[in-house]
Design a protein around this ligand. Structure first.
Ligand SMILES: *Cc1c(COP(=O)(O)O)cnc(C)c1O
Length: 398
């Protein structure tokens, strides 16, 4: 049996007869380190804490920790993992506003001192289960300009933020700061300008009251830089303009509210997306003839939405075909994963990919710029397609 849909992938022979390498996701630790170092240079003095949900791979976390990164954790299991890998307690915070009493108590026992909140209920729970903890309040943002807005589920109004920090103060907690998240893969500098406006306004409203915030947390949202366009136009996000906006915003807040105000930032996607590549295979390139008389070429890959490409509904990844020269004749094809789910495909709004016309079943296909949220969103084996093994190149301690 030689059809990739039916036989176990690892057992399939290559066209040349050699044993085929199994599908996998490969992270380039040197690239991730380089991205981290660049961000440190661009945001001098900022405390960079990796949002570990974007890439919960031990060697990636070790490489970033070794470089000096802190950790934004969103659950007790994430905290356990971060601590096992040596994350410094003083620079690990619990950044999820969604927490049970038990989560708070467990995190407190683990030595976590910084918690996010966006409601009076959470402040009351923190006072009970993490007495004396530092609390920062998350402000709502619109998410406009981002591929994934995070505004609906998280954050509160400016007025409520004042009440939340005052309540923390009264409850014996330490009202320590404010946070925002402008939405993931945010490419519009204006989104950060608007966030700084909110931060500035709340800090002004707090002046002369009890709480004296010592930091602002700018959250995540910094974009991946490569290959994520929907329509095939390679428009790189304006990262220089975004970083300039962050420097200017931070300077404005310090001018208005004191030079001692610290800046925390929690990038996830930006640090890892461009440095992860999935090594997959073509299952088949087909031409499907449709009832209306039209036809469409489809490229089915061995990897899809449920085992590495969860974000394929929004992102359009560049593909490489290592067995074919770059100038091989191509056909425009819709890209889809191997499962029986129709969401496991590029949506109709994505431009098709250019695929070599004679790509054969079993030929390798590399999917680029897919290092963020790939592993964390893999299913346990939907339809029997196993989660991908992870490999890292470049030493952890480099
Ligand atoms: C997910 C998340 C991040 C990281 O977001 P990216 O868009 O990947 O940078 C940062 N902070 C919080 C609180 C998050 O939930």
């Amino acid at each position: 049996m030689t059809d990739g849909l039916l036989a176990p992938p690892a057992a399939l022979p290559r066209p040349g007869g050699e044993e085929r390498e199994a599908d996998r996701i490969v992270y380039d630790l040197d690239g991730i380190r380089h991205r981290y170092d660049t961000l440190r240079r661009e945001l001098p003095g900022a405390d960079i804490r990796f949002a570990m949900k974007a890439c919960p791979v031990d060697d990636v976390l070790r490489a970033l920790l070794h470089r000096g990164a802190g950790i934004d954790a969103a659950s007790v299991p994430e905290l356990h993992r971060a601590q096992r890998l040596g994350a410094p307690r003083s620079r690990t915070h619990y950044g999820n506003t969604v927490v049970s009493d038990r989560d708070i108590a467990d995190a407190h026992r683990l030595g976590v001192t910084d918690f996010a909140a966006d409601s009076l209920e959470t402040v009351a729970a923190l006072a009970r289960h993490a007495p004396g903890a530092r609390v920062y309040c998350r402000l709502m943002t619109t998410g406009r300009g981002a591929l994934w807005a995070l505004g609906r589920k998280f954050g509160c109004s400016r007025e409520e933020a004042v009440r939340v920090l005052e309540a923390a103060d009264r409850a014996g907690l330490r009202p320590s700061g404010l946070s925002v998240h402008v939405g993931s893969q945010q490419t519009d500098p204006a989104a950060w300008r608007a966030a700084f406006d909110s931060l500035d306004a709340v800090l002004t409203a707090l002046a002369g009251r009890g709480p004296v915030p010592d930091h602002v947390n700018l959250g995540g949202g910094l974009p991946a830089l490569g290959g994520l366009d929907r329509d095939g136009e390679a428009a790189a996000p304006p990262i220089e303009a975004i970083l300039r906006t962050l420097r200017e915003g931070a300077a404005r807040l310090r001018r208005h509210h004191g030079e001692r105000l610290r800046l925390v930032i929690e990038p996830g996607r930006h640090l890892v997306a461009d440095h992860g590549t999935i090594h997959a295979r073509a299952l088949r390139l087909t031409r499907r003839r449709l009832p209306d008389g039209s036809s469409q070429a489809w490229l089915y890959l061995s990897v899809g939405r449920f085992n590495g490409l969860y974000e394929m509904d929004a992102l359009r990844y560049p593909l490489r075909f290592p067995t074919h020269p770059a100038d091989a004749p191509t056909v425009p094809a819709v890209v889809a994963g191997p499962s029986c789910d129709s969401d496991d495909a590029y949506p109709a709004t994505h431009a098709p990919a250019q695929v070599p016309v004679d790509l054969a079943s079993g030929d390798p296909v590399h999917v680029l710029h897919c290092g963020a949220y790939a592993v964390s969103y893999m299913t346990e084996g939907f339809n029997g397609f196993a989660p991908l093994p992870r490999h890292c190149t470049g030493g952890v301690g480099g």
